[in-house]
Design a protein around this ligand. Sequence first.
Ligand code: ADP
Length: 260
Amino acid sequence: MAESKVELRNVSLVYFDPHAEITALKDLSLAVAAREFVSIVGPSGCGKSTLLSLIAGMLPPSSGEVLIDSQPVKGTSQKVGYMLQQDYLFEWRSILDNALLGIELRRMRTPETVARVRRILAAYGLSGFERHRPNQLSGGMRQRVALVRTLAVNPEVLLLDEPFSALDYQTRLTLGAEIGTILRQEHKTVIMVTHDIAEAIALSDRVVVLTGRPGTVKSEYHIHLSGGPPATVAARKSPEFPQYFNRIWKELDPYVESTG
Ligand code: ADP
């Protein structure tokens, strides 16, 4: 088997707060291949965001190893882009300057990088909005700007934490399809956390189900949809789609009442 792009080996993570120790993840192992799109689903509080923080190098594991390209993760790295549910755009900055933020933080602002970001904004349907402020844009457009900002520094691995959940249903479907297609074309390795089982099935090569806290891998599903390319609406209409949905739904069902 080819070398993994991202690998977690027997990872545990314990949070210490003044009153308690909380084991968020326990003995979790997961290998993600280069260019694979993996979604992580699981009951709330099972450690999904913690998992992304470990891969992003924002937290060290309490035990076990986190590897990218077979090297231990030590702090944040340019290889990894992280996009959150909230878009965290700065209202006082223009759309272009928001999209350039990661580049500026890395002191890479040059006429060439600005031109590149303008091109990416255009590819995401945002040309003509470069000088607008975030509050002049719709939720879907704002989320696209956040994605452009993440992609601008050209990460190889993209971590998405509920990237579409703040959007209305229609926008979520179309933007999800659009972004899923673009990320595949750009050959990114993607790890996405979502509550939305249908979104996970539609966008992913593989859906990983975590147990309740402490989170570890409960099961996984390799997704093959015959109706159309991954991420497309046609893919959602595949005959296999409801079968995956029902199986994953059942795995999560016992937790629904206890975690809300
Ligand atoms: P999920 O993303 O699956 O909802 P999280 O990774 O956010 O879960 O959190 C997993 C568990 O760890 C939860 O019980 C949460 O309350 C706890 N937790 C998360 N961050 C911290 C922290 N900084 N300090 C203490 N406990 C935390």
